[in-house]
Design a protein around this ligand. Structure first.
Ligand code: UT7
Length: 322
């Protein structure tokens, strides 16, 4: 049987940085409020002519520096994004053309902040069923484009960026398990309630903005992330102390610490990048993974528990050997 294994990671952050102090000049907020309520100190924001595909492309080039794959080796591209460059073609197709890859399947996945977990689940299944050998799995966002920069309840939270993992067929896992969930009953608690077939004029005039009932989202996120992480551990008959690293979606340090505490995972084993990146939606997990690989914390053979939660609601986990 084939498994999939991560052979390379990469990420890219736009050069523009907006600190909490910058935001305090724009809306009625303060560094202390943002930092104490969320753990965020700064976020990267794409330049006005920089797109989600631009960020994804740079993340792939960063992964290519590993020398472990070439664009021509890639036979599947899955891009998790909520902020696609165009209505169509998909960001994955635009990226495929830029990388000079021909004829591989390429498509986008939309599961907001849980998108990367959905993407990795799909790519893993392609590889396990011998439908692909080497896949680019990307989370990329220009979330700043769907933020109302006059709304202090949302604009302090989000940032832009991209991260990628390259999955390759392997005789041994790799990815041991993935678990995905969704519950559309919560669709109104976190949304951009306009789109192509509904109130498109708001998209055209640039007022398609993220709305969130933060407190409600917070409570449900902690519960769902704990449940899905427990499912991952049980499916692998793994004890909590077998986990070398937990990589949670980076939405709020208080959500991350609450989940880690409920699971009994010490914070020294939790990768936290939200202070530097903010919430980059589908990009947050691969950005955190690449950060910890590059700074030497995550090493080959480490056991990693990944978990994410986002609009929909959607949520999921992955349990893997790096
Ligand atoms: O990535 C997808 C999943 N997303 C999440 O998981 C986000 C989940 N939610 C959260 O992280 C938190 O709920 C927030 C960080 C969004 C908000 O934190 P909170 O502790 O739940 O604050 P709150 O919404 O209850 O607001 C408390 C107070 C309010 O004032 P009053 O009504 O008590 O007078 C807000 O108006 O803080 C006020 N407030 C702010 N004050 C200064 C809200 N935003 C700000 C702000 N600066 N930026």
């Amino acid at each position: 049987m084939s498994f999939s294994k991560i052979i390379a990671t990469g990420s890219y952050l736009p050069t523009g940085v907006v600190t909490n102090y910058d935001l305090a000049k724009m809306v009625d907020t303060s560094h202390d409020w943002i930092y104490s309520r969320t753990g965020i100190e700064q976020r990267h924001i794409a330049h006005s002519d920089e797109t989600t595909c631009d960020l994804a492309e740079q993340a792939v080039y960063a992964a290519m520096e590993s020398g472990r794959f070439d664009a021509t080796d890639i036979d599947l591209i899955v891009v998790a994004t909520t902020t696609a460059d165009q209505v169509f073609p998909s960001t994955a197709c635009i990226l495929q053309e830029r990388l000079g890859i021909r004829n591989s399947p390429a498509f986008d996945v939309q599961a907001v902040c849980a998108g990367f977990l959905y993407a990795i689940d799909i790519a893993d299944k392609f590889i396990r069923t011998n439908c692909a050998n080497r896949a680019l799995v990307i989370g990329a966002e220009t979330f700043s484009r769907i933020i109302d920069w006059t709304d202090r309840t949302t604009c302090v939270l989000f940032g832009d960026g991209a991260g990628v993992v390259v999955l390759e067929a392997s005789g041994t896992p790799g990815i041991h398990s993935t678990h995905l969930r969704a519950n559309g009953a919560y669709k109104d608690l976190l949304s951009v309630p306009v789109g192509v077939s509904r109130n498109f004029d708001q998209v055209i005039n640039g007022s398609a903005y993220t709305q969130m009932q933060g407190g409600e989202v917070f409570k449900i996120a902690v519960k769902c992330m704990e449940q899905i992480a427990v499912e991952a551990l049980e499916a692998n008959e793994a004890a909590v102390d077998q986990v070398d690293w937990m990589i949670p979606h980076q939405a709020n340090t208080r959500i991350i610490t609450a989940t880690a505490k409920r699971l009994g995972i010490p914070m020294e084993k939790v990768i936290v990048t939200i202070n530097q990146h903010g919430n980059t939606s589908a990009a947050s997990i691969p950005l955190a993974l690449d950060t910890a690989v590059r700074d030497g914390r995550i090493k080959t053979g480490d056991t990693i528990l990944i978990e994410g939660f986002g609009g929909g609601f959607t949520w999921g986990s992955a349990f893997l050997t790096f």
